[in-house]
Write a protein that binds this ligand. Structure first.
Ligand SMILES: O=P(O)(O)OP(=O)(O)OP(=O)(O)OC[C@H]1O[C@@H](n2cnc3c(O)ncnc32)[C@H](O)[C@@H]1O
Ligand SMILES: [Mg+2]
Length: 198
């Protein structure tokens, strides 16, 4: 069992930090990489796993602390899994609202039955920058893409993601509810098991 009291989170996304810290509870303090550097590494990998490892190593190198990274995104069936690892950059870096508008446009006139999608989250934990054995945990969350945005909670694509088990969008879930069933929650559940935290 590995015991961490402090981890640096290799992410500049405030939504992820909030969700991951809530899931970890008080036993582990997550410090944002933003405390150490404002430079974001280029996500040059071709998979969630590669990008998660790349971000974790970079954060461990900069901070000198063990690092946790989250590479995540939305894979839409009708679009052959796009935007996938390019989810944050789907509308050329113009942000969440532009990403959502582009996705709605790409699925214009696509019928309900063909609007299936999954959120994907890969967590990578490295003990130090050159760790040869990163811990990797994956979580998937199946749903559908709505035809219009709904809900105010969460971040990113949440207002467009319909959650079948709750019959609402993921932005209509309370933060604590989302943290029980999301792709990130599933990945974190596995990570907690690997770390002996449960
Ligand atoms: O790389 P870091 O600094 O962690 O922050 P980021 O926002 O760039 O994160 P990613 O590269 O992993 O891209 C994830 C994309 O997928 C979206 N996404 C991931 N998890 C999500 C969630 O729980 N709800 C809504 N959108 C999510 C998010 O908005 C981004 O557009
Ligand atoms: Mg990113």
């Amino acid at each position: 069992m590995i015991n961490f009291t402090q981890l640096v989170l290799a992410s500049h996304n405030a939504g992820k930090l909030k969700e991951l810290q809530a899931m970890l509870g008080e036993s582990v303090q997550l410090r944002s990489i933003g405390e150490f550097s404002s430079v974001e590494p280029e996500e040059t990998g071709l998979s969630f796993v590669e990008n998660a490892i790349l971000k974790a190593r970079n954060a461990a190198r900069i901070s000198g602390l063990p690092a946790l990274a989250d590479d995540s995104g939305l894979a839409v069936d009708f679009l052959g899994g796009a935007p996938g690892i390019y989810s944050a950059r789907y509308a050329d870096g113009k942000g969440d609202a532009a990403n959502n508008a582009k996705l709605l446009d790409a699925l214009k006139d696509v019928p309900q039955a063909e609007r299936g999608a999954q959120f994907v989250c890969v967590l990578a934990l490295v003990r130090h920058a050159d760790d040869p054995l990163p811990i990797l945990c994956e979580g998937l969350w199946h749903g559908r893409i709505l035809t219009q945005a709904s809900g105010e909670h969460g971040f990113g694509y949440d207002p467009l993601f319909w959650v079948p088990e709750r019959d609402c969008s993921s932005a209509e879930l309370s933060p604590s509810d989302k943290n029980l069933i999301s792709h990130r929650a599933r990945a974190m559940d596995l990570l907690r098991q690997r770390l002996g935290l449960k």
